[in-house]
Design a protein. Sequence first.
Length: 295
Amino acid sequence: MADLDELKVAKNYYVDVPFANQGDFQVKGCNGLDWGMKKHLSNIFNPKTGKTVMFAFDHGYFMGSTAGLERLDLKIPPLAPYVDVWMATRGALRTCIPANLKNGVALRVTSGSSMVQEDLSQEVVAVDIEDAIRMNADCMAVQTFIGADGQLSSLDNLSKVVNAGFRYSIPTMGVVAVGKQMERTDRFFKLATRIVAELGCQIVKTYYCDNFEEVVSACPVPIVVAGGKKLTEKDALEMTYKCIQGGAAGVDMGRNIFQSTHPVQMAHAVHEVVHNGLTGAEGYELFQTLVSESK
């Protein structure tokens, strides 16, 4: 085993050099996958832009009734025109989301933790591959806990889901969790995103950080950035712009949409920044215009 003291952070990430195995497929690192995998990934990443707007409302699986998500049946469907992918649990999707909506599905398949616990890093695979197929999931989302007590079990969960996904051509998204005691540095995210990608994920969800371009360059599959804590609409749209400029393949907004004063207008503005090249300032101007027009 390599001596940990001898590990060195790589010096050259070639951030200005395009990914070498892109081929004619819009999703980074997925050119060699089979047709079924590519079809699901095309439901996630827009074939024209190569980007995605995910909307996360899976918070209830460990937080219960979250502010802004008290009534999923009322709050979520109006966002559909501006969201590419729902990031949700099977219970929420089956009970609250009309099946005739065309959005892709990122299905949360791990669970076992809750806010009443001190340690959130202990989870299991709670949704089997057969139900993911029944749900017509476009990817399966697995929480990973690099550096936490639950690292081994979470990476075991990830590997099991990746293996099942390959059997049935369903992509896996590795979600990089960051606990209260864990660092949010580029060094950590380079480590964590690379680990989950090398275990076979087709998508990695993580957080924005300094030197984000290097994190993206070192990860051989697309990175989708989590929205994280609630920001002002202006700051959230600026962060979205920075993520896309830094090479992210999209964002997975949750609180910054469903806890916005105007969720539909915020989703619309995020969509325009991700897919149509608006800057953060232009996105915020659009948000203000849409809010004014809705009154």
